[in-house]
Write a new protein. Structure first.
Length: 382
């Protein structure tokens, strides 16, 4: 399953051909409830049809607009490859869907722009982390949240050390002995002497450098933890190859084949938790320290334009809160609406996405954890 990239998000945000249909639903990977996935999508598409007809579109237009998503209903392979949540975006010239590790609440929004606020846990890095399992026979990347993890397809990295070096019987040249790693896990360890051992490490280092290079495009805009999992003698070799700045010092030791995805998720979450807590605490402390200097604000009419122009370093929004309105980009003015109406957009949603696209950090917090008594707050770069 592919990850949602910043470029894809920009394309969604720049869609200027309404109506834009945004659909979110929870999905199940296995068990009896998996049969409900298609039923839920069918029901949401029916709701979308009713809303579009109510907005004055002709039945033929509605049918054509929803046709790509309707095609998913009978796609057996598609339903076999689910994560925890499904997001679908439809317009006259857009059809995109993403299977993500988020337990979405069912929601459908028909508006002038796509509604992307439910994606914030993935986009902002809130509770997200990566796990990279290391093995000479194959490495895998997982994306995790507080709830679950899913594997991400990696097409740009070699499938094994042998493939990386284009030498199928390489492992015959490297002698191993069984050794005990930290935590009681058993794993293969390099043995040998002199040039033979140096060659073995150099081969693994070349392999890991190819992995790091393959991960670069995926991770280049990320600020979330990367946790290594594997036999611990591989960790220092990978660290020598690594260029990603948020690689965690602590890793998950043991042969990845002997560690279930549930164990990977639990241990990586524990390793990552202090990182998330410190990031949030530091941002809140900076807000409070900078209050009164002109570098902070809780005024949504000031924050929305600042987000659009890339002035925000850290943005805090209240989880579950919605403020409808409209941002006139030409006038640089914000108009607040008491409720959703034609032309309305979610201004917290808009601010969060613009902050993310411009390299800022977004925190979605419960009201009691907000740094100020307001549904939105920001620390400005200047």
């Amino acid at each position: 399953m592919k990850s949602l990239s910043k470029d894809e998000l920009k394309a969604l945000m720049n869609t200027q051909n309404p109506p834009c249909i945004s659909l979110f639903m929870r999905t199940y990977r296995a068990g009896a409830e998996i049969q409900q996935n298609q039923i839920r999508l069918r029901n949401l598409l029916r709701q979308a049809e009713e809303e579009l007809l109510a907005k004055g579109l002709r039945a033929a237009e509605v049918k054509k607009l929803l046709e790509p998503a309707q095609g998913l209903l009978g796609n057996v392979i598609f339903w076999r490859q689910q994560s925890d949540g499904l997001a679908v975006f439809l317009s006259v010239d857009v059809f995109s869907y993403y299977r993500l590790p988020i337990n979405f609440d069912e929601l459908i929004v028909v508006a002038e722009r796509f509604h992307v606020k439910p994606l914030l846990p993935v986009l902002s890095g809130e509770g997200r982390f990566y796990i990279l399992t290391l093995s000479q026979k194959g490495s895998h990347l997982y994306e995790g949240t507080k709830q679950n993890i899913r594997e991400i397809e990696l097409e740009a990295i070699p499938k094994s050390l042998a493939e990386a070096l284009q030498y199928d019987d390489l492992e015959k040249q490297i002698r191993f002995h069984r050794g005990t790693t930290r935590g009681g896990e058993r794993g293969a360890m390099l043995s040998g002497g002199g040039a033979e051992l140096d060659d073995a490490k150099e081969n693994i280092l070349k392999y890991f450098r190819q992995i790091d290079k393959g991960l670069h495009d995926l991770l280049k805009d990320e600020r979330i933890p990367l946790v290594l999992a594997g036999v611990d003698y591989l960790f220092p070799i990978y660290r020598e190859a690594n260029t990603y700045p948020h690689l965690m010092d602590e890793g998950i030791t043991g042969n990845p084949k002997g560690i279930s995805t549930e164990q990977l998720h639990k241990q990586a979450l524990e390793i990552s938790r202090p990182y998330f807590q410190k990031s949030e605490q530091d941002a809140i402390a900076q807000y409070r320290q900078s209050s009164g200097t002109g570098l902070t604000s809780n005024d949504i009419k000031e924050i929305v334009p600042a987000a659009y122009h890339g002035r925000i370093a850290s943005l805090f929004i209240t989880t579950g809160y919605q403020q409808w309105g409209f941002f006139n980009q030409e006038r640089n003015e914000v108009e607040l609406h008491g409720k959703m109406k034609p032309g309305s957009e979610g201004l917290l949603d808009f601010s969060a996405i613009e902050t993310f696209l411009n390299g800022g950090i977004v925190f979605s917090l419960p009201s009691e954890k907000m740094p100020d008594d307001a549904p939105i707050a920001a620390v400005f770069r200047y």
